[in-house]
Design a protein around this ligand. Structure first.
Ligand code: SAM
Length: 215
């Protein structure tokens, strides 16, 4: 079972049902129509990645978690549930206020609202405005923004902090942006990085700086 709390599980089931019906709708769209409609869809990380990230966060116990790309709150549900378990602070960022309102309502109904702070605005501005370090970052916004977001968030990734990015394998249309992102990540000598074949492909990068006494 993904969630033991029945209120959280009920909200996950709602997301899952919406996702199933959206998949059918997506398959019926005429070629080229998706681009204009993409904000109507959840575009979620999926249950396997969500479950993996929830376990990872509970195991790592990050003090501060940053989610770039709230959308309607599907991935937020997994991170907020883990944040509650740990007493971590989760900040979730999206430029679309209506989607965040939906996500906020879902987190309230799940009983997780006290464990998420929603920040609405451009991810690059919000990253720049926050002076603290991040112990866990989920990067899941539009793929052309992966590289600038990485450049902005990398200096703020804590020692032993984990950066996870979604869509490293699919969709194929994101490949070019993903390659540029992966190249930049691999250029940083203090990041250890692994591509995991889970869901649409996630990459996990951990900061281990030379001189860390654990090395
Ligand atoms: C793929 S969706 C996120 C899906 C979500 N993580 C989930 O699993 O349900 C990408 C999101 O990035 C947001 N986004 C796009 N450009 C942005 C920007 N410049 N700043 C912040 N969010 C942005 C979009 O509004 C969209 O909701």
């Amino acid at each position: 079972m993904l969630f033991s709390d029945p209120d959280v599980l009920a909200i996950f089931t709602e997301y899952d049902q919406r996702h199933q019906s959206e998949r059918e709708r997506m398959q019926q769209l005429p070629p080229g129509a998706f681009g204009e409609l993409r904000d109507e869809f959840l575009l979620p990380i999926g249950a396997r990645v969500g479950g993996y990230l929830r376990s990872l966060v509970i195991a790592q116990q990050p003090a501060r978690i940053l989610e770039l790309g709230t959308s309607y709150g599907y991935s937020t549900l997994f991170l907020a549930d883990a944040a509650r378990e740990n007493g971590s602070k989760l900040v979730s960022v999206d430029v679309d206020a209506a989607k965040q309102d939906y996500a906020r309502n879902m987190m309230q109904r799940a009983g997780l609202a006290d464990h998420v702070e929603f920040r609405c605005g451009d991810a690059l501005d919000i990253i720049a405005q926050d002076q603290g370090k991040w112990d866990f970052v989920l990067l899941d916004i539009w793929k052309n923004l992966y590289l600038p977001c990485f450049d902005a968030v990398y200096p703020k990734l804590a020692e032993e902090g984990i950066l996870v990015s979604d869509n490293m394998i699919a969709p194929a249309s994101a490949r070019e942006a993903v390659r540029a992102y992966r190249g930049a990540v691999r250029g940083k000598p203090d990041l250890q990085t692994m591509l995991l074949p889970i869901g649409s492909g996630i990459e996990m990068s951990i900061r281990w700086t030379e001189g860390n006494p654990k090395l």
